[in-house]
Write a protein that binds this ligand. Structure first.
Ligand code: CTP
Length: 562
């Protein structure tokens, strides 16, 4: 290990220059990941610096090694730069440098004139986040029972020689002043033993996922608990499920998707309520900033792009500049054969379900994220318009208490304007099969023609219009609504609130009393009565009785005849 060369400055607050090391060099413009790693090793450097107009980026050995491990050794090294690294003058105060590091900068570059002299890194400047206890917040926001539960988890873990932490969304939501529905527990030690012990104490149903070393405890005391051993991860291929290895809580936090999720609260009796925030997630949360923890985060796990958009919509967070570059890189590197369709579909389901779902799909489309579904998918203006319309359709369905599945409708809007072959490949990429695939395929294929037909028949008798739509699944109707203009939409809406539910005023018993026989003929009579009612030919029971008598009498006579 080389000794770090430190500059000395003859001042009381020597400033940035006194904290910096000089073990850096510019990254050659055309260097690949492999070249950059070679350069770092040969010259025993700690980092390389890339410049782009008024932006500086640092290339760290860990990020470059990660890229090589993912098979990206031949990519431009600049792809894995951490862009937007702060640059300060050599005389900048130590306080200013530390502030940048506390805000999550991987390094602060120090310049004289335009020349970069050195860099200050968190490890060298010994910058750790200030110790914060969330105990007052836990006491204020959580019901007493949940707080007791957390204490008991911490104590039970300790009795097993382990340390437990509340992690992820639970802590993030706590900092946002919200209460999460689920509680993720990370355990330094045997998570499954802790899960069994808690289940023994509290009851509830325990499900153990042995392959992942995780457990879920539900229906006992308090919220649903997900319990996992703290781990680090290694991705062998972009998009694959990672290999996991037991590790410390710090390693477990830095492997996560975003700084705002890389948070933990100590549950051990000693230090109960202390916040662990190695990636400065609390500071990002305060700034409403969504930041990945390394430039290849989205490449390793492209579902994180979908998660990012979900957090943007749900929590009002905004991806920072480096993370936006990370998204672009991951999309450029699509496809991801190692990423399963089920995982992709699960993420899409989560995105599209809430009311803002259609807008989230538009955001994903504009990012180009659906290239992950199919290399030839293009997000068009028409697709964006259909998704906006889908928002209106879903509002309308909600107002009329008509239940619908969010994902199929979302896919209809997203894929309705794509060439059928591309749409079909996207559906298959999402591992859709069987009835759901057949239905969506039909809705996409027939949507425009069906919409035209509905528009053409808009002046036909109501019974005719209803017969066009009756028996069709909501997805087929939604397909026509999305593909059609005002006339077709009006027809679909009319059918869903009126046409679909219209019935004869008479029932089967009335027809039996008039001498009708049971069976298909009875159904036919009731349908004819309904159609007369739909067409306004009858409005009262008496009118229906009169009609039914006319229809039944000759038939009954005919049957009675020898
Ligand atoms: N996580 C991750 N990468 C993913 C999925 C999850 O790093 N692709 C991590 C995140 O740190 C996340 C945690 O695993 O906080 C648990 O995931 P999940 O339960 O999906 O998220 P929550 O933290 O519960 O947050 P929310 O459900 O509110 O989104």
């Amino acid at each position: 290990m080389m000794a770090l060369e430190r500059a000395t400055y003859p001042q009381v607050d020597p400033g940035a220059a006194a904290l910096m090391h000089r073990a850096l060099a510019p990254c050659p413009g055309r260097a690949t990941v492999r070249d950059a790693l070679r350069l770092l090793r040969r010259r025993r450097l700690r980092l390389l610096v890339a410049r782009e107009r008024n932006l500086a980026g640092v290339l760290l050995p860990g990020d470059l090694s990660r890229a090589r491990a993912l098979g990206l050794g031949g990519r431009p090294a600049r792809d894995v730069a951490r862009w937007g690294s702060p640059v300060v003058a050599a005389r900048a105060s130590e306080v200013a440098v530390r502030r940048h590091l506390l805000e999550g900068a991987p390094a602060v570059l120090v310049r004289e004139g335009r020349r970069i002299l050195g860099a200050v890194e968190p490890s060298i400047a010994a910058v750790g986040p200030p110790a914060i206890s969330l105990l007052p917040r836990l006491e204020r926001l959580l019901p007493r029972a949940t707080l007791d539960l957390l204490r008991r988890i911490g104590a039970s873990a300790e009795a097993l020689g382990a340390r437990a932490y509340a992690v992820g969304g639970f802590v993030r939501d706590l900092l946002l002043g919200r209460q999460a529905a689920e509680l993720d527990i990370a355990v330094e030690g045997d998570a499954l033993a802790l899960a069994r012990r808690l289940a023994g104490e509290w009851g509830g149903s325990l499900v153990i996922h042995r392959t992942f070393g995780t457990a879920t405890l539900e229906g006992g005391v308090g919220p649903r608990l997900d319990i996992a051993t703290t781990r680090r991860e290694r991705y062998g291929t972009p998009g694959c499920l990672p290999e996991v290895f037991p590790a410390s809580i710090e390693d477990d936090l830095v492997r996560r998707d975003f700084s705002v999720n890389a948070l933990a609260v100590v549950l051990a009796p000693r230090g109960f309520g202390d916040l662990l925030d190695p990636c400065r997630g609390a500071s990002d949360l305060a700034r409403r900033r969504l930041r990945i923890l390394h430039p290849l985060s989205f490449v390793e796990d492209p579902t994180r792009i979908f998660r990012a958009v979900r957090y943007q919509s749900r929590l009002g967070l905004t991806l920072d500049r480096g993370s936006r570059r990370g998204v672009r890189l991951a999309i450029e590197l699509a496809l991801y054969p190692a990423l399963s369709g089920q995982r992709l579909r699960a993420e899409l389901e989560l995105i599209v379900a809430p009311p803002e779902g259609p807008l989230s799909l538009i955001a994903l489309g504009r990012l180009g994220a659906f290239k992950i579904l199919d290399a030839e998918y293009r997000f068009s203006l028409l697709a964006a318009r259909r998704l906006e319309d889908l928002g209106r359709l879903r509002d309308w369905l909600r107002r009329h208490a008509i239940a619908s599945d969010a994902l199929p409708l979302g896919l209809l809007a997203l894929l309705g304007s794509s060439p059928p072959a591309i749409a079909q490949r996207c559906l298959k990429r999402l591992a859709l099969s069987g009835e759901p695939l057949t239905r969506l395929t039909a809705a996409l294929r027939d949507g425009p023609a069906f919409a035209l037909r509905l528009a053409r028949e808009r002046t036909a008798p109501a019974s005719v219009r209803a017969s066009l739509m009756r028996g069709r699944h909501l997805e087929r109707l939604a397909g026509a609504w999305l593909a059609g203009g005002a006339a077709a939409r009006g027809q679909v809406e009319w059918f869903l609130v009126e046409g679909r539910t219209a019935q004869a005023l008479l029932g089967g018993d009335d027809l039996l009393a008039l001498g009708a026989a049971r069976g298909p003929r009875m159904r036919e009579l009731l349908d004819r009565l309904r159609d007369c009612r739909l067409d306004g030919l009858t409005t009262t029971r008496e009118e229906e009785l009169a009609l039914a008598r006319q229809w039944i009498a000759p038939a009954a006579r005919a049957q009675a005849a020898p």
